[in-house]
Unconditional design. Structure first.
Length: 230
């Protein structure tokens, strides 16, 4: 009798634990999928809250570093923004002049961050209950305060654009009587440095540049796909 009672208690406890797990899973469904560094990570609501805190900290640190390097360039007398090549040796520089060449220096690849300013709605809005899906990633492009083509010609390797990848899909369950859509937030890194123009061995111009380069896993845009309730 005693053994049967213990067995009954164990079975009851097992069902109780399974029931709690089931309820917990229903209360904490998948609300975000993150593509990061070769991994595709699903996140529950509680995990996503912690993830957002960490990402906000990374974003602020990345922006501080970019700002610091810009201020450092200003202190050195380096121009900020788009280049405006001016000869300092009194000669007219012609296009494709054999003595005119470009280079980049003091290049720094910053830490990656999610850029919430570039978020985009990538699915229609639906009313739950139901499942909302997206079967490809959005195209993401780079931005810069200086010509990307000129930086590439000067020897800087850049990712200008990430095309959609139709082999990727993500789905979320929408709660009853709630309106929701899927939002994508791309991941970037800031590349900063100096673009220099020379005529033969004479430095003509030096300009500070910042490129916000989109990151990718293969052809797939790196970033966060999340369910947003309206």
């Amino acid at each position: 009798m005693k053994r049967n009672a213990l067995k009954f208690c164990a079975i009851t406890l097992l069902f109780f634990v399974l029931e709690i797990s089931s309820v917990s899973a229903k209360k904490d469904p998948i609300v975000a999928v993150v593509v990061y560094d070769g991994e595709i990570i699903q996140m529950t609501e509680s995990q996503h809250r912690e993830f957002e805190k960490a990402e906000e900290k990374k974003y602020k640190e990345a922006m501080r570093e970019t700002k610091r390097r810009e201020e450092e360039a200003i202190e050195k007398g380096v121009k900020i923004g788009k280049e405006n090549i001016t000869s300092k040796i009194g000669i007219k520089i012609k296009p494709f002049n054999a003595g005119l060449w470009s280079s980049v220096s003091n290049v720094n690849n910053g830490s990656s961050y999610l850029d919430r300013d570039k978020k985009s709605k990538i699915s229609p809005t639906i009313v739950g209950p139901g499942t909302i899906s997206i079967r490809y990633s959005v195209g993401v492009s780079a931005s810069a305060n200086i010509s990307l083509n000129k930086l590439k010609a000067a020897g800087l390797s850049l990712t200008k654009y990430i095309s959609p990848n139709e082999n990727f899909s993500v789905s979320f369950d929408v709660k009853r009587n709630r309106r929701a859509h899927i939002e994508f937030i791309p991941r970037y890194r800031d590349i900063t440095g100096y673009k220099e123009e020379y005529f033969c061995a004479t430095l003509l111009d030096r300009t500070f540049f910042r490129v916000s380069e989109p990151l990718k896993v293969g052809r797939l845009a790196d970033g966060e796909y999340r369910l947003v309730y309206e």
